[in-house]
Design a binder for this molecule. Structure first.
Ligand SMILES: [Zn+2]
Length: 504
């Protein structure tokens, strides 16, 4: 598509909407910060994963090749990672002690479980699977080597408590987030009221942790500086450069990551390579729910499954595609207010796409004779949708064009002959590839279709019976058998449920 407008996005680094210009023309290599798997990801997290997904879809729509890396943080993200000392507790360790966490034997199981849950939600919302989904715990060697190299080159130093990146050793620190943030950081680090262990041996209050020495930590590795674990920012630098090279075309994440996470990623990466790290930084604004900040305390905190699980399982039974459409209905860099009205409207829209899809399938089967009476107009509408996406992911305009197309198909009714239906089918496919809202891409396999379902149900019934007799040894033995078969059993108020453990 040589006549398309350039693909433009807002670059946080330059404060401008700019053309996306891959280093290798026609091949976009980008990295998007993934979740910390200590809990279910919430809809705000997913809004930023959706931005990455839409970047990918738009790039592919203009014929680009894409290499997309999105990580899983399964160690090292502390509760107070907003300050340079990286204080507080590891989020994974804290989650293990929480009421929901107590069912896990250890922090590794907890990470595995929530990684599986993330992948389920990811698929339910039609997010394209990354080419690489690296995990922090699987890249320890690379992280240790990076710290060693930073020490050798004078960008890092060791104290009794850890290894720190020396901020004064890197001139560009602050270029992404702006200097006023530095002042705030210094104040934050110096504030006595914060319950943060300050390392008195740090040379500059802005210096941030690359390695924390902690022989008592639940997840620890041996390093040249003893037992411990890496600082959170390090994994993204190391994994991005491992899979995408020293300079990426684009790096994305939520706006909360601009500082300190992304600022620190730049400092580490550019000190390691001597080259620019990411040419473009794209950040998704936070969402509010019904006009308020989403928070567990006010009860307006939602995970994907809170909304999409069937009502019988405590969810709200929302169609995942309606949730996807609602979450992308506002442009990524404008403040977004998620409301239930909006969600209901999205559900109606998704239903219209589905109806159109079915009507077109029926018309294709009937294949009535006649000229194509929709093709040209639909093509124009696709063009409008694509142009909107190329213009800094203007999703509201793209969705409006898509809905106009659906209306057009619906308005033709019985006159939808074979030729028109073929055009309409091609259009629906194109719109779906661009926005991912027409049909589910990977229907989740229901347990009923599992070849072992009957056997598993019988074992579960036997286990229930054993528990009723208080024969816990037998009940445990059955659970162990199921575990060996790769079946995870979840005891819920409505009785036991099972699923295949995700292959992670
Ligand atoms: Zn990251």
């Amino acid at each position: 598509m040589s006549d398309t407008a350039p693909f433009r996005l807002y670059n946080t680094l330059t404060h401008r909407v700019e053309p996306v210009e891959p280093l290798e023309p026609g091949h976009l290599r980008f990295y998007s910060c993934g979740p910390t798997v200590y809990s279910y990801a919430h809809i705000g997290n997913f809004r930023s994963f959706l931005t990455a997904d839409l970047i990918l879809r738009t790039a592919r729509a203009i014929g680009w090749k894409t290499t997309y890396v999105s990580n899983i943080t399964d160690v090292g993200h502390l509760t107070e990672d907003d300050v340079a000392d990286a204080g507080g507790e590891d989020k994974m360790a804290r989650a293990l002690r929480s009421p929901e966490g107590r069912r896990f034997a250890n922090v590794w199981d907890l990470a595995r479980y929530y990684t599986g849950a993330l992948l389920d939600d990811w698929r339910a919302l039609n997010l394209i699977e990354p080419d690489v989904r690296p995990r922090a715990t699987e890249h320890m060697r690379e992280q240790i080597l990076a710290v060693e190299r930073l020490i050798q080159t004078g960008h890092a130093y060791e104290t009794e408590r850890g290894v720190y990146f020396s901020v004064p050793s890197f001139e560009g620190y602050g270029k992404l987030s702006g200097n006023e943030r530095l002042d705030r950081l210094i104040e934050g680090a110096a504030a006595e009221s914060r319950d943060v262990v300050q390392d008195p041996d740090k040379r500059d209050p802005r210096d941030f942790a690359l390695w924390k020495k902690d022989p008592a930590h639940l997840m620890q590795w041996y390093s040249p500086w003893g037992w411990g674990f890496p600082g959170w920012h390090l994994e993204c630098s190391v994994m991005a450069m491992t899979y995408l090279g020293e300079t990426l075309d684009l790096h994305a994440g939520g706006e909360d990551l601009i500082f300190p996470h992304h600022e620190c990623e730049i400092a580490q990466s550019e000190s390691l390579s001597g080259k620019p790290f990411a040419r473009m930084w794209v950040h998704t604004r936070f969402l509010q729910v019904e006009g308020e900040k989403m928070s567990k305390r006010t009860g307006n905190f939602f995970t994907v499954r809170d909304l999409t699980a069937p009502q019988a399982e405590g969810g709200r039974g929302i169609d995942p595609l309606a949730l996807r459409l609602a979450l992308i209905s506002g442009q990524y860099r404008k403040p977004f207010n998620f409301t239930f009205d909006n969600l209901r409207a999205a559900a109606r829209h998704v239903q219209r796409f589905r109806d159109a899809d079915e009507r077109v399938a029926a018309a294709l089967a009937a294949d009535a004779p006649g000229d194509d009476i929709v093709g040209e107009r639909l093509q124009r509408l696709y063009r409008q949708a694509l142009d909107a996406m190329l213009d800094d992911l203007n999703t509201p305009a793209a969705i409006a064009a898509a809905l106009d197309g659906v209306k057009l198909i619906g308005g033709i009714g019985a006159r939808l002959n074979g030729a028109s239906a073929r055009s309409a089918k091609a259009w629906l496919d194109d719109i779906h590839r661009l926005l991912g809202i027409v049909r589910p891409e990977s229907p989740t396999e229901a347990p009923e279709t599992d070849p072992l379902a009957e056997q598993i149900d019988a074992l579960l019934a036997e286990r229930q019976e054993a528990r009723r007799r208080r024969d816990f040894a037998r009940a445990d033995a059955i659970r162990a058998d199921l575990d060996a078969l790769g079946i995870e059993v979840m005891d819920t108020p409505e009785g036991p449920k099972w699923r295949r453990k995700p292959a992670v």
